[in-house]
Design a protein around this ligand. Structure first.
Ligand SMILES: Cc1cc2nc3c(=O)[nH]c(=O)nc-3n(C[C@H](O)[C@H](O)[C@H](O)COP(=O)(O)OP(=O)(O)OC[C@H]3O[C@@H](n4cnc5c(N)ncnc54)[C@H](O)[C@@H]3O)c2cc1C
Length: 374
């Protein structure tokens, strides 16, 4: 039997951030992931500077052999409507490739990593957990993403939850493709759906292009994606044949997640708990922050099994992420009469002040929330 203080199931940004903090305090920590790294993750690969700060990533170290694309602003519009460019003249975000970013974080976290092994069985034995019949852990952290087996063990059912459904593709452009792509690497573009229930994006990272679209309703997604790809081709934003077969994934927005964040001896972090920002769908920063807060709760309570750990984590999480406003456009479509949504959105998104100070500063960059200092 392999023993550890903390077993983290999932080695994405949530799991590796938690492990990194626990290892720095000397706790025996194991990360179990069903995949072998480097592995890819369906994602646009856009991160806010708080992530870099919270994880103490030194950009000049990270970008050696990896893509770290500075983003200076965004071009936003209602799809097909007037486009507004907000250029901040300095890096306000970064583009990363998840296959590189997640591998970097996992390799440097310092924990024992068991790759290529899914969590298949989980048993509670007094005040311990036994995973796969061979790993004995005092505390269990579920960091396995939207379909995390630990979240399922706590009763989560992805089938009955209201999740975001999104599809994306990322590929390295050939020279002729680059010549027919009007997207600039430092100014990604966001295109909101006419009913404001989702948005499409084009994020260029060096010569890699990431294109995708996410919506609050899954059933119409393929049709919206097909229309979006046709729009990109017609407008010359990506004026070439795009790869067919985008990859899809779903996840929960904070405030829409019915999942319990913690119970005795178990904490859920990142997508496993359903913590993505409701305004933008950004999930990496909440994944990292919840991972760090889970580590803090474990360390502050002396890694003790019991109610105090669960309560400490829940309260740290609520204080940090609970106030995230639910003023997002996805919900606008729910609360405003449908006949008003399109004209209201067209007028607001064409307004330069609204695009910069509300859509970007507030909803997408969360500039009102400084990086977590812990
Ligand atoms: C199309 C799309 C675009 C997105 N774009 C962005 C973006 O640009 N910026 C942003 O901030 N967020 C974005 N997100 C959200 C972001 O990808 C997630 O919120 C983020 O990856 C959550 O991190 P995590 O560590 O919780 O989970 P994950 O990154 O999903 O990691 C979970 C890990 O758990 C492992 N695992 C799963 N099951 C098991 C098991 N049974 N046993 C062991 N291991 C297991 C997986 O292999 C994986 O490595 C996007 C999401 C989608 C779908």
């Amino acid at each position: 039997m392999d023993s550890c203080d903390v077993l983290i199931v999932g080695g994405g940004p949530a799991g590796s951030s938690c492990a990194w903090k626990l290892r720095a305090s000397g706790l025996d920590t194991v990360v179990l992931d069903r995949q072998r790294f480097p592995r890819d993750k369906v994602c646009a690969g856009w991160i806010t500077p708080a992530v870099i700060e919270e994880l103490e990533i030194v950009p000049s170290d990270y970008d050696r052999g990896r893509v770290l694309q500075p983003i200076h602003g965004f071009r936003t519009s209602l799809m097909g409507g007037r486009e507004v460019e907000s250029d901040y003249g300095r890096p306000i975000s970064y583009g990363i490739r998840r296959c590189e970013f997640d591998n970097y974080l996992l390799k440097r976290c310092g924990a024992r990593v068991l790759e290529g092994e899914p969590l298949a069985t989980l048993k509670r034995s007094e005040d311990h957990w036994i995973a796969n019949g061979r790993i004995r852990a005092h505390i269990l952290v579920g960091a396995g993403g939207h379909f995390c087996p630990v979240a399922r063990f706590l009763g989560a059912s992805a089938r009955t939850e209201t999740s975001i459904a999104a599809q994306e593709t990322e590929f390295e452009m050939t020279e002729p493709q680059r010549a027919h792509c009007s997207i600039r690497a430092e100014i990604p573009e966001l295109y909101f759906c006419p009913d404001m229930r989702g948005y499409g994006w084009c994020v260029r990272k060096d010569n890699y292009l990431n294109i995708g679209l996410g919506r609050l309703d899954a059933h119409g997604l393929p049709q919206h994606v097909a229309e979006f790809l046709a729009f990109l081709k017609e407008t010359g934003k990506a004026g070439f044949e795009l790869p067919s077969g985008l990859k899809g994934h779903s996840y929960l927005l904070s405030g829409f997640s019915p999942r319990p964040a913690a119970t005795e001896g178990v904490l859920l972090i990142g997508d496993s708990a359903g913590l993505a920002y409701p305004q933008s769908g950004e999930g990496i920063r909440p994944a990292v922050e919840s991972g760090l807060l889970a580590a803090k709760a474990i360390l502050d309570t002396g890694a003790c099994w019991g109610r105090r750990l669960a309560e400490t984590y829940r309260s740290l999480l609520e204080r940090r992420l609970g106030t995230s406003a639910r003023e997002w456009v996805f919900t606008l479509g729910k609360h405003v009469p449908s006949w008003l949504v399109h004209p209201a959105a067209r007028a607001l998104l064409a307004n330069g002040w609204f695009a910069r100070h509300v859509v970007l500063d507030r909803w997408f960059l969360h500039s009102q929330e400084p990086a977590l200092t812990y």
